[in-house]
Design a protein. Structure first.
Length: 251
């Protein structure tokens, strides 16, 4: 297989798996994690769900480390593998999400689901959370976030140009809007049961702990520049940071 053909094939797999993962995640969280598998005994369901919950944050974090990037780069020979890292990362992360949400085994039988106006409010909050996530990913750089940066660079026969850490858009309000929006997404689905509560708790915890590892990497790469950024912009949004973003001239 030629390099350009490989790039196109991986690009197609990357974007299809990304879209599939987002769609399945949207449906699953909106419906209260009702599950797609045949019912399992509670013990087996709990064991499966624990494994599914562990694989996402652990492997996701490992892939972001230098050793993880080195492993992703080794999947294809030479510079091609290194240049494809953003693409192979998104493929792996998308498959992780598909595994989590497609294979989730419900462990609860009772649930709370709003009706009428409360359901409309919950639905609007859920849609707004996804919209916020889309904006945050755009601010962070869609080419990187969606894996386009890697395969398109290989297709064009050049090295990918990685952007620096963003400071515009939602990144003026907080340092980690993608993680913040992801936590909101996990918590705003209208149907609540023990399954949704477990997912929301684990995702929210990861969205707090995950950025701390990211900041260590950025501090090692950008040094004093990122250190100043840490002092100027809060971890997650605060009323003061929102006010300053809306009214830049105010104090």
């Amino acid at each position: 297989m030629g390099t350009k053909t490989l790039a196109l094939a991986l690009g197609a797999l990357c974007h299809l798996s990304f879209c599939a993962a987002v769609t399945i995640m949207m449906i699953a969280l909106f419906g209260g994690m009702s599950g797609y598998l045949p019912p399992l005994a509670q013990g087996a369901a709990i064991l499966l769900d624990v494994l599914l919950l562990l694989q996402f944050p652990i492997l996701h974090t490992l892939m972001l480390r230098p050793s993880g990037r080195k492993f992703l780069a080794s999947l294809f020979p030479g510079e091609v593998g290194a240049h494809l890292v953003t693409t192979t990362f998104v493929i792996a992360a998308s498959l992780q999400l598909l595994l989590l949400f497609l294979c989730w085994a419900p462990i609860g039988t009772s649930s709370w689901e709003p009706t009428g106006t409360p359901r409309l409010i919950w639905t609007v909050l859920y849609a707004t959370s996804w919209a916020l996530l889309a904006i945050a990913m755009t601010n962070a750089g869609l080419a990187t976030q969606m894996g386009y940066l890697g395969w398109s660079a290989v297709f064009k026969g050049r090295a990918p140009q990685y952007p620096t850490f963003p400071t515009h858009g939602l990144y003026r309000i907080c340092r980690h809007p993608v993680y913040f929006a992801m936590a909101l997404v996990s918590c705003t689905g209208p149907v609540w049961n023990i399954d949704h509560a477990v997912i929301a708790s684990v995702f929210s915890l990861y969205c707090v702990l995950g950025p701390t590892f990211k900041e260590r990497r950025l501090l090692a790469v950008h040094g004093p520049e990122f250190a100043r950024h840490l002092q100027e912009v809060p971890f997650f949004p605060t009323p003061a940071s929102c006010w300053r973003a809306l009214f830049p001239g105010s104090k």
